[in-house]
Design a protein around this ligand. Structure first.
Ligand SMILES: Cc1cc2nc3c(=O)[nH]c(=O)nc-3n(C[C@H](O)[C@H](O)[C@H](O)COP(=O)(O)OP(=O)(O)OC[C@H]3O[C@@H](n4cnc5c(N)ncnc54)[C@H](O)[C@@H]3O)c2cc1C
Length: 452
């Protein structure tokens, strides 16, 4: 019988596991160890707190501590797990107050998440240079913004967090330069999409430099002198380094777990690790990809919630399986939303498909109704079987970009053919769509287009 569940980590994956276990068996003791003081906070909301759009960081709490405790979950804040002993089913913890304890468990869930990658840039540790992942990181940036009122910022990395922060700092009146070592911004979408987004950033005053690698940050008086290759140097007041994340897995290794792809914890689709009684979920694990039918590393909040919930069910003897990620994601940058799901052309090719990818532009709703805006689609399907493989969309953020990409995600989940999209009964009214929705028009264009 399982009478005690210990969960390490109190963010998306940890809280989802805890809530699901309590929901299924209120009699089981569920304890959540959290290294910091912020259980169940939306770190996805940090750029909007730093922009000032969310005024008070407390608003980022999905649930308050009291609400979590009212669900019957014991929460140990400022308590870091430092060692797991599967033989004795025990975890050694250190609390901020200095106390060391050993806590036993019947089942364990590791949900230690991810941490920002720290690239080898000389001078990255000096004042005025920040990473951004945790609540504490955001407080440091916020304090610096208030105290020093920087006028110029440089962001290293044009992934979605870097670009959200470019928007956020511009919103505060800071002049922003974004530097990316790859050829375009937002390298998770194709270059044509990245190029459009780059122009949109520039229209909003962001200086975008691609193909540049930053190697040094030096203090010069009150400013920071940033140098990169080829031929880049800039004086700014604040530097933000956001070049991706890596799984936090030192603790898992103490349990004898051998790490897999990009140092993440290998799990099966029930979220069980290779160690009996130990489950893991969220940004610290390898993630099963539904189209590739293999493990990937794709850290996202959406996935962490689902995996945590599955772990919370299976620690109580359940047999729920994770259905798999499709890498569905969306980001809002200034007036635009950019979204993707499934595979891009080269990813599909590498996976053994024979992809065909087309670009298609149409209106988000009937052009005669005021405010119609252009949406750009990039659709990938298998040219031999007709199976839908992926979609990318860029357009004004109010034009249902996110919900339209979700339609493609739903179709991918069900392994639908591109032609099936034309048969789905979608809603229509002129201010919001067309009798054939833009998604269906894009699918039709894919069917009619020969790219060879
Ligand atoms: C700025 C930003 C914006 C984002 N925006 C989006 C978005 O729009 N959409 C999206 O899907 N995803 C987004 N993400 C990603 C998303 O936030 C993560 O995928 C998600 O938080 C992962 O949840 P997690 O529980 O696995 O790990 P984390 O959120 O990393 O949490 C890990 C938890 O483990 C605790 N912990 C770690 N080590 C220990 C230890 N030894 N002992 C005890 N506790 C420990 C930490 O304190 C924390 O509570 C964003 C991330 C950031 C940083």
């Amino acid at each position: 019988m399982v009478s005690s569940i210990l969960i390490i980590g109190g963010s998306d994956a940890g809280i989802s596991a805890a809530l699901r276990a309590k929901e299924l068996d209120p009699a089981t003791a569920v304890t959540m160890l959290v290294a910091d003081a912020y259980p169940n906070y939306s770190i996805c909301g940090l750029p909007f707190y730093l922009s000032g759009e969310v005024e008070d960081w407390h608003q980022l709490a999905h649930r308050t501590l009291e609400e979590i405790q009212a669900a019957g979950i014991r929460v140990a804040l400022n308590t870091r797990a430092v060692e797991i002993s599967p033989q004795s089913q025990a975890v050694v913890t250190h609390s901020h107050e200095g106390g060391t304890r050993t806590q036993t468990y019947d089942r364990l869930v590791i949900a230690t998440g991810a941490q920002p990658v720290q690239p080898s840039i000389l001078g990255i540790d000096q004042p005025g240079v920040f990473l951004l992942h945790s609540m504490d990181d955001s407080f440091k940036v916020s304090a610096f913004l208030q105290l020093h009122e920087p006028r110029r910022a440089l962001i290293v990395g044009a992934g979605y967090i870097g670009l959200e922060m470019a928007d956020a700092l511009t919103h505060r009146g800071v002049a922003v330069t974004v530097v990316e070592q790859q050829r375009t911004v937002l390298p998770t979408v194709d270059e044509t999409m990245g190029e459009s987004l780059r122009r949109h950033l520039e229209e909003h005053g962001v200086d975008v430099r691609t193909g540049v690698k930053i190697y040094q940050i030096e203090q010069t008086g009150k400013a920071l002198h940033v140098t990169g290759n080829p031929e880049f140097d800039r004086e700014v007041d604040l530097v933000l380094v956001v070049v991706g994340v890596e799984p936090v897995t030192d603790l898992a290794q103490t349990a004898g777990i051998e790490l897999g792809m990009r140092g993440a914890i290998p799990v099966d689709r029930m979220m069980a690790t290779t160690v009996p009684g130990v489950y893991a979920a969220g940004d610290c694990v390898e993630t099963y990809h539904r189209l590739l039918d293999r493990a990937t590393y794709l850290p996202l909040g959406t996935t962490a919630h689902k995996q945590g919930r599955i772990a919370g069910e299976n620690v109580l003897g359940g047999s729920r399986q994770f259905a798999g990620t499709l890498g569905t994601q969306v980001v809002k940058i200034f007036d635009w939303a950019i979204a993707r799901t499934g595979l891009r052309d080269q990813e599909a090719k590498a996976a053994g498909y024979v992809p065909k990818t087309v670009d298609f532009v149409t209106w988000d709703h009937k052009a005669y109704y005021p405010g119609a805006q252009e949406l750009r689609f990039r659709i990938t399907g298998d040219s031999q079987t007709g199976q839908l493989l992926g979609a990318q969309i860029i357009g004004p953020w109010q034009a249902s970009v996110a919900k339209r990409v979700d339609l493609f995600a739903m179709a991918l989940y069900h392994q639908m053919m591109v032609r099936d999209l034309l048969e789905v009964d979608l809603s229509y009214t002129p201010p919001l769509g067309s009798p054939w929705d833009a998604v269906q028009m894009a699918a039709d264009y894919w069917l009619r287009t020969d790219t060879h």
